[in-house]
Design a protein around this ligand. Structure first.
Ligand SMILES: *Cc1c(COP(=O)(O)O)cnc(C)c1O
Length: 789
């Protein structure tokens, strides 16, 4: 420990000729980061050597939403409090690291899941390393101006980054048609908790092959060299900001192939150092998990690399198939990646050629199995000049898994149903999880201390099932303690929101929170409509016993997603109305916080009373935000969807607020012919609320009747040429939702009973640890070693 401070002192001296107390926040971040990296170097090397001697797994993901590293690394090393104290002695507040940007190399749930899995693998001693892309610019930063989202570039490396080691010596080259670039690895240490094990996240950065001597060039040479450099660097310049929507662009395909090829070359090089050209151990020693279809180019690329080593296609394919496994994250049609064959041919023709060989092999295999022509047609990997990546991944892998029970069932009987019929043994469920180190220990030390007291040790940090011990000690005193902690976290969040967004909120009000990416299927608009319904009822004196409530929203919209942006504006217009209306301003407050990210999430989930999880049933594959809230004692106000179902199963449905159409209801409604216009016209309350989009209540920039709010209204009531009216069933669910919300509001008044429900949620959150999930992957899919706790 004192070691760290000594190392810090030396680093500060050698890098900046300064004493610790003289460093700027970014200098302190860099020197302390370097000191920590020095401290862990031996353990890291030992872990690498161990992993190299056994069967190991790799997590391939285009996104890793890591968040801030400093606090978490110190926490997992068990020295956060000591460093805090030692810095304080020097007059330095550890909160200066709040100025350091998050590492936001991901969009939302999928990227955060990858980060939680790395954390859990390190702690559970699973030999799992991550492979991804070192984007120069991560997910944009969001400002709210006049109620609209404004995007700003995320230059997260501008103060340098002590957590990544550039490994120039292990660079490889990646070739596209007409372009070859260098892939330079940057290694990030992933530090386990209560173990010496340290795993690695290797992120690739694209650079030009040649180091140019620009001065030696004439004009033409100069321009060509600059062009070559820019073209190379562009590949890893920016993260695509879409969540749950693929974008069939050349640059995106290049990003995907770039990191898959570089990662596989890396794995091959290590393998060849051990076994030379004998590839018979490859699939025995390596497992590759494909996080969604983004890394699915890995399958043909591995085949290509093996064929380059002299293998024939069938042998190479067999190895690739035994090595890779695929996690599906969505059932949304617009998110299932399909690449144009022409585009693929133009960028990575060799890979396209191998995909065609795989596609043909599948058809032969299906014929041999006696599968009907009709079914064979539905399973084509290359169909109508389009490459279906989910099909490729399902065919050319060991297993395919969904991310919550319901989601896996939907894969089996809908999205991949033909595949389930032919290859039922390949399908598995792996319900998502979150790491309790970051999402409880680090972000809620007060609650963590209470839990440690009740459980009898802090071993819940590495075995979250121990939370069930809490079930035996939910008494009046513990409830009061919990409520006191919750209040403290609510005060802290109020201060933070005041600082970040300039809005004052009342910590004695209910905090009803919806934070996640903005998407129609997540239905932030349903929440907005419910607030308007309650607003009108309060104004009409119909809700005399309403407990004051603060509705907090946080969400980034993909910059090209017009409806999502309109919904942000609409919520901000509602905030403007209800926060300033003398009839409601003491009862309702609406806040749209800006730039929701991992660090903001750490402050939000701890302060929530109600966790809004309102996706249309069947459409949220799992959700992980729901788990963060549950672990910190918020009750789920949500649909019977994704992991909400398992949350309700674990904690008891009577301890959540579950509402609305279930999957079977949605199916029935679709069959019967869902007519939202009829419901809207028959229910004056719904009509009044939905019509606030068009009746002049709100302003979407003077475009009344023709602007983005009118477009939302029209999509709900009339539908569009590409989508039936109210595709996400807002209008059907609205009355059920409002009544459930009012019931939760009433229940909250009984602080003891409500607090008891919160504690029951915490006590039954053990299942939602990513430690449980990662050990399931290790046991059932990767067949690697793992820690027995
Ligand atoms: C957990 C998390 C998500 C995922 O939230 P869902 O509610 O599951 O969609 C998205 N963004 C951030 C920053 C997160 O921490």
């Amino acid at each position: 420990m004192s070691n760290i401070m000594e190392k810090l002192e030396l680093t500060a001296q050698s890098m900046y000729c300064k004493k610790i107390e003289e460093l700027t926040p970014s200098e302190l971040h860099l020197s302390l980061g370097k000191a920590v990296m020095g401290e862990i170097a031996d353990n890291w090397a030992a872990s690498k050597a161990k992993h190299n001697s056994e069967r190991r797994a790799y997590y391939f993901s285009a996104e890793f939403l890591m968040g801030r590293m400093m606090y978490n690394n110190l926490y997992c090393l068990g020295i956060l409090d000591d460093v805090k104290k030692m810095l304080k002695k020097k007059g330095v507040d550890i909160n200066v690291f709040e100025d350091i940007d998050d590492a936001a190399l991901g969009n939302g749930g999928l990227g955060r899941l990858a980060a939680c899995y790395l954390d859990s693998a390190a702690t559970m001693e699973v030999p799992l390393d991550g492979y991804g892309i070192r984007y120069k610019y991560g997910l944009f930063k969001q400002l709210i101006k006049d109620g609209y989202q404004v995007e700003v570039a995320d230059d997260w490396q501008r103060f340098d980054d002590p957590w990544c080691l550039r490994r120039e010596d292990e660079a490889v080259t990646v070739s596209f048609k007409g372009q070859t670039v260098k892939a330079v690895p940057y290694d990030m240490a992933v530090i386990g908790c209560k173990t010496t094990n340290i795993n690695t996240l290797r992120l690739w950065q694209a650079e030009a092959i040649n180091e140019f001597d620009f001065q030696a060039f004439n004009n033409t040479e100069y321009n060509r060299a600059v062009q070559e450099k820019n073209d190379a660097e562009n590949i890893t310049k920016v993260l695509y900001p879409n969540d749950n929507k693929y974008e069939g662009k050349v640059l995106r395909l290049k990003q995907q192939y770039f990191f898959c090829s570089a990662s596989l070359q890396d794995i091959m090089r290590r393998y060849k150092a051990k076994h030379g050209n004998d590839f018979s151990f490859f699939a025995k020693e390596n497992a590759i998990q494909l996080n969604d279809t983004h890394p699915v180019c890995s399958i043909p690329e591995l085949v290509r690399l093996l064929m380059n080593e002299g293998m024939n296609f069938d042998e190479a394919f067999e190895i690739a198939r035994k090595t890779c496994a695929y996690t599906n994250h969505t059932v949304l049609g617009e998110a299932l990646e399909k690449w144009h064959a022409d585009l693929m041919m133009q960028v990575i023709p060799e890979i396209y050629h191998i995909i065609c060989l795989i596609a043909n092999k599948l058809q032969e295999e299906l014929t041999a199995k006696g599968i009907s022509e009709d079914m064979k047609a539905k399973m084509r990997i290359v169909d109508a000049n389009t490459v279906h990546m989910a099909r490729l991944a399902t065919y050319a892998g060991t297993y395919v898994n969904g991310v919550a029970k319901l989601h896996t069932e939907i894969l089996k009987d809908d999205v991949l149903k033909e595949w389930y019929q032919v290859y039922p043994e390949r399908f598995q469920n792996k319900t998502n999880g979150i790491t309790q180190r970051r999402w409880l220990g680090l972000c809620n030390p007060e609650l963590a201390a209470l839990i440690t007291e009740k459980v009898g040790s802090d071993n819940w940090l590495i075995d979250l099932s121990l939370l069930s011990k809490l079930n035996d000690c939910i008494d009046a005193k513990t409830i009061t303690k919990f409520n006191t902690i919750k209040k403290k976290k609510k005060v802290q969040l109020a201060e933070y929101i005041k600082k970040m967004d300039g809005v004052e909120i009342n910590p004695d009000s209910i905090y009803d929170i919806q934070v996640k990416r903005l998407h129609e299927y997540k239905r932030q608009l349903l929440n907005a409509f419910s607030i308007m319904t309650i607003y009108f009822r309060i104004k009409e004196g119909k809700l005399p016993n309403w407990t004051p409530t603060t509705f907090i929203f946080g969400a980034k919209a993909a910059p090209g997603y017009a409806r999502a942006k309109a919904i942000i504006k609409y919520i901000n217009e509602i905030a403007d109305l209800v926060n300033n209306d003398p009839d409601t301003k003491d009862k309702l407050k609406v806040v749209f916080i800006s730039n929701y990210n991992v660090s903001y999430a750490e402050k939000i989930v701890v302060a929530a009373d109600l966790s809004e999880q309102t996706s249309t049933a069947g459409l949220e594959a799992s959700g992980t935000g729901n788990m963060k809230f549950m672990l910190n004692g918020a009750l789920t106000l949500g649909t019977y969807d994704g992991a909400n179902i398992e949350i309700a199963e674990c904690a008891g449905e009577e301890n959540e607020y579950i509402f609305g159409a279930r999957v079977e209801d949605i199916e029935r409604l679709k069959k019967e012919g869902y007519d939202p216009k009829k419901l809207y016209e028959a229910n004056p309350e719904i009509k009044k609320v939905v019509d606030t989009l068009i009746d002049g209540t709100f302003d979407d920039d003077g475009a009344q009747g023709e602007g983005s709010f009118a477009e939302l209204h029209n999509a709900l009531i009339n539908g569009t040429s590409w989508q039936e009216a109210d595709h996400y069933f807002h209008i059907y669910d609205l009355p059920l939702y409002v009544e459930t919300k009012i019931r939760a509001n009433k229940d909250y008044a009984n602080r003891k009973e409500f607090g008891k429900k919160c504690l029951i949620n915490i006590a039954n959150a053990g299942k939602f640890s990513s430690d449980r999930a990662i050990v399931e992957y290790a046991k059932d899919i990767w067949h690697t070693s793992y820690r027995k706790v």
